[in-house]
Write a protein of this length. Sequence first.
Length: 187
Amino acid sequence: MKNIGKIVQVIGPVVDVSFEQEGASVPNILDALVITKENGQKIILECQQHIGEDTVRAIAMDSTDGLVRGLEVEATGLPIQMPSGEAIKGRLFNVVGEAIDGIGTVPVIPGKGLPIHREAPRFEDLSTETQVLFTGIKVIDLIEPYSKGGKIGLFGGAGVGKTVLIHGIGKQHCQSICRTFGICWCR
C-alpha cells in the first residue's frame, strides 16, 4: 500500500507535507518523498523534520515552481539513492541519482543503490598506500614528486609556468579518461 500525503505549505525549497489520511504513516527522517506534477515531471523531496503528529518538513531537490497546496506526495520508505556498479564509471549524476551527461539513463534499482547519507568508510578499509602523480616533467618528477590525493605548494615567480603546469596535469588526466570512455567532458 502506498503511503500518500498532501502538500500543506510551500516556502521556497521547503515543503511541508501532511500524512493525516487513514493508513498513512509519517516517513522517517532522510526518507525520499516523490511529487509527480501534472506534466509527469517528478520532484524529489527529502524529509528533514517531523513537525506535529502527522506533518513533516522536507527540502526539495529541484525547483518548487508550480507546487500547490493539496498536491499528492508519495513516501518511498527509502532514502535518496545513487546507482552503483560498473555502469556509473565515467558518468555524471545529480543529487537524486539521475544521469546528467546526456549519454543515457542508469537505472537505480530500489534497495540496490547507495544512499546519499551513509556512514563514512571505516579507517581500516581506507588505503594507506602512497602513489606518485607523474606530471611528465622530468625535473618535477625527479626533484619534487607530487603524491596523489595530497596537497602541495607550488611556488614560483610571475610568468614561470605554475598555472600551465596545473592545466597540463589536468588535461593529461582528462585525455586518459576521454580515451577510456570515448567521450570528452573536459572542453
